[in-house]
Design a protein around this ligand. Structure first.
Ligand code: GLP
Length: 238
């Protein structure tokens, strides 16, 4: 079942989503979280910070990571997650796993990552953004609903959408490691956050469009426990 929470602003959406995360951690101080990057979940992480929760026992897995960005590149998701999540929230770095986008054999790294999630007992609460093309993580249109963590090629639309984080469009990586749609689907609770008018159409297709691998986010309609938190502009068509 999909629960839609509409709010007036990105800031309020962040507060509502943070309340969902906080509730999960209060119920289970050793909860396993899935962490999305991108601009959408930022207000959530900010609102969570104000709650001053004890996150010492919380384990977390990143949703995805670029392949091949240099060790110090600030857009490597391992650095983004350290800056935006681990440091401000006080997560234990040793309990946060991000796929290594510089592993010599990225496919093997993806398989190890999948195993790590399973060994941790699976993900309790997966935080998600949504791409304008309906991607979840870096599962681009056409990804199988049963896909596992793997190396994928980024869609041109995604490389263009994300070019704003880089000095030049050419610098955007062509490949990434992403949790698969099947991996994401196994999380016990999905928390999808979206903000801005440019996400309104994607949100509507995810929530009420046909369920198809051509639009990966439509998968959420089959999941037993989904919460979607929207600001006013992203909620326009739902
Ligand atoms: C990015 C990330 C996704 C994210 C999505 C939306 O490329 N890989 O995990 O959810 O695209 O990004 P944003 O929230 O910045 O719009």
């Amino acid at each position: 079942a999909v629960e839609v929470i509409r709010t007036a602003s990105a800031r309020e959406a962040g507060a509502a989503a943070a309340a969902v995360v906080a509730n999960c951690i209060v119920e289970n101080p050793r909860a396993v979280l899935g962490l999305a990057t991108g601009s959408s979940p930022l207000p959530t992480y900010e609102a969570l910070q104000e709650k001053n929760l004890d996150l010492d026992g919380v384990k977390a897995f990143a949703l995805d990571e670029y392949v091949g960005l240099g060790p110090g590149h600030e857009q490597r998701y391992r650095h983004v997650i350290r800056r935006e999540v681990i440091q401000p929230l006080g997560l234990r770095p040793s309990l946060v796993r991000v796929p290594d986008g510089l592993a010599p054999a990225p496919e093997d790294e993806a398989a190890r990552f999948e195993t790590s999630i399973r060994c941790a007992g699976g993900i309790d609460l997966q935080i998600l953004g949504i791409g304008t093309n309906g991607h979840l993580g870096f599962n681009e249109p056409g990804s199988s609903f049963s896909s596992r963590t793997r190396v994928v090629e980024l869609a041109e639309t995604t490389r263009r959408d994300n070019a704003r984080f880089f000095d030049s469009p050419d610098e955007v990586p062509t490949h990434a490691i992403t949790q698969g749609l099947g991996t994401i689907f196994e999380a016990r609770h999905l928390l999808l956050v979206a903000n801005g008018p440019h996400k309104a159409q994607a949100v509507a297709r995810a929530v009420q469009g046909p369920i198809t691998e051509a639009f990966p986010a439509s998968m959420i309609q089959r999941h037993p426990h989904v919460t979607i938190v929207l600001d006013r502009s992203s909620a326009r068509f739902v």
